[in-house]
Design a protein around this ligand. Structure first.
Ligand code: CP
Length: 311
């Protein structure tokens, strides 16, 4: 059966979409990747649509990537940063978003520090909502672009062994990746110090490994996460130096495992902590491919959700 529509009008998380949704997003992203590699990178698909990018947390890649995706689809775009808004005067999330929507906005791309903020909004507003990261919960477009990049590099995701390394406890990227990779049929492992791996994680069908060398020997792909310095409310690790010593991936470690694995990182990288520069910038790394694919994936998500506006 060929699917031409998503099963949902919002993208709240990978948990809430189907394998068919993911496959349709990938197929559409492939077409948009062609478009953005042409001399004229714009298509008129969202010409009558207005999109608000509402960011309550900092972002470089996701915010710019969404804005580029929106402009390449010819949408009208408004940007909102909480730090320079009336949120600082005590306005609630719902009031803020309702005021933006009163200006005839059709879609809201939001990053918010509270897990579940997007679910809450989806029950109260009519616009399509796209989760650009909600606290430690989900970051669905990151997982989609990660899996799409694996498929592009290795031909398929099904059957591949992917280890997610690092701060799993605080990572929305980890959770969305686990949901996405499981749906696509990959084998998933998480690796890191015990304090940064939540106890429930095995219930999601993933393996746990604390020895980075064993994890790298096992995998085809290592998706290496950032140590979230801003969320270390207690000392989960003795120091960054010690973390780098036990879990940092360097050239020597890759030579020792004697296997050509793919290195990924969602960014921003703490260079010298999770990855040394000679690994981050090596031929094994597809970090900049991930960023490039992010625009095509976000174009696909916006385009397909816009198609659900009248349903
Ligand atoms: N990968 C990612 O979400 O990066 P930003 O925080 O810069 O958007």
């Amino acid at each position: 059966m060929t699917y031409t529509q998503l099963s949902t009008k919002h993208l709240l998380g990978i948990k809430y979409i189907t394998l068919e949704d993911i496959e349709l997003i990938f197929k559409t992203a492939l077409e948009f990747k062609d478009v953005i590699n042409r001399p004229i990178k714009k298509v008129p698909s969202l010409r009558d649509i207005t999109i608000a990018n509402v960011f309550f947390e900092n972002s470089t890649r996701t915010r710019i990537s969404f804005e580029l995706a929106e402009r390449r689809l010819s949408a009208d775009v408004v940007n909102f940063a909480a730090s320079s808004s009336s949120v600082s005067k005590g306005e609630t999330l719902l009031d803020t978003v309702n005021n933006i929507l009163a200006m005839k906005v059709d879609m809201v791309v939001m990053r918010h520090q509270a897990p579940g903020a997007h679910h809450f909004l989806s029950k109260h507003i009519d616009a399509n909502i796209i989760n650009a990261g909600d606290g430690t919960h989900e970051h669905p477009t990151q997982a989609l672009l990660d899996a799409f990049s694996i498929q592009e590099k290795l031909g398929t995701v099904a059957g591949k062994k992917v280890v997610i390394v690092g701060d799993i406890l605080h990572s929305r990227v980890a959770l969305s990746n686990i949901f996405c990779l499981n749906k696509l049929g990959a084998e998933v492992m998480v690796c890191g110090p015990a304090t940064l791996i939540p106890k429930y994680i095995t219930s999601l069908g993933v393996r746990v490994e604390h020895d980075i060398k064993k994890a790298l020997k096992w995998c085809d792909v290592a998706n290496v996460l950032r140590i979230q310095l801003e969320r270390q409310d207690i000392r989960y690790i003795p120091s960054l130096r010690e973390y780098a010593l036990y879990y940092g991936i360097n050239k020597q470690l890759l030579q020792d495992i004697d296997k050509d694995i793919v290195i990924m990182h969602p960014g921003p990288i703490n260079r010298g902590v999770e990855l040394t520069s000679d690994v981050a910038d090596s031929g094994q790394s597809i970090i900049l491919d991930q960023v490039e694919n992010g625009v095509a994936i976000r174009m696909a998500v916006l385009y397909l959700l816009a198609g659900k506006r009248s349903s």
